[in-house]
Design a protein around this ligand. Sequence first.
Ligand SMILES: *Cc1c(COP(=O)(O)O)cnc(C)c1O
Length: 354
Amino acid sequence: MSKFWSSIVHELTPYIPGEQPKISNLIKLNTNENPYGPSPKVLAALQAEVADSLRLYPDPASDRVREAVANFYDVASNQVFVGNGSDEVLAHVFNALLKHEAPILFPDITYSFYPVYCGLYGIAYETVPLGPEFEIQVEDYMRPNGGIIFPNPNAPTGRLLALADIERLLKANQESVIVVDEAYIDFGGESAASLVQHYPNLLVTHTLSKARSLAGLRVGFAIGQAPLIEALNRVKDSFNSYPLDRFAISGAVAALEDKAYFEETRHKVMATRESLVAEMQALGFTVLPSAANFIFARHAERSGAELAALLRERNIIVRHFSKPARISEFLRITIGTNDQSSALIQALREILND
Ligand SMILES: *Cc1c(COP(=O)(O)O)cnc(C)c1O
């Protein structure tokens, strides 16, 4: 604490990102990074940016990225907003579209950054309990609100909400914006971007961090009708005109254009997930159905905290949330390579047999 702080700083409870340990030799299954590197075309595009042109500012509107996103999703480029990771995009979304009199709604178990943005911008919120199987029940959101946001698939559960349910909610909720955070959609769901033409209050956010293996490059985007995008641009241009640097712009374009690599790696991740789920179940774990690049699992007899600690002794890091109580026995495990999966299963077998 310091007398030099603005009053709001005293009130903030910042987000705590998953650990990025400095130790090598670690099997890192805690932050949902992709185990496969970015497309070789991305690496070539980044190398081409190492040039004298770095003395010049990048394109403030990142036109090439917006066009690549527009092509991929078959929308217009004025329906696309890009930012420095989807965390930044989400920050602008909270500020530009979710700050109203009525509280916004999001699930009680979800991405823990949402309440942090509410704290930063002074946005009132109410959490909506997940159903008995940890599912989002859209009926529970059909009440007056200042906006609705949830990840699809949800994090940290991995559970997918069907597009038909999202559409049902959009029809019932036309007075506020519904934000669908699709950080993990490419691992088993269908994007709601196809609904944007029909619903002026739908905003879909996305990231290149997970399915396109570019967590280190920091690129995220949002898709929605032009008036929503304009709100985001007004906030962005009151904050930082150049959220994407020259590397991020070129790398993002190359990643979005290399569909073959994207398809290959996301399918490898999904295949590894399916075999990991079966092996975990054989070891006595209950695994929630996952459409993401992670699974959420609990063991019938062993505590989540204990298992996380014992895995760590074996140089395997997974994520454990001690709160809320309903998920305190679960482990969130990122899908790695097949070799990493085998090492995880081997370690769990040793731990459980001890
Ligand atoms: C990873 C993640 C993000 C943030 O992605 P970045 O683009 O890396 O900032 C946003 N939402 C959810 C639910 C995530 O899991």
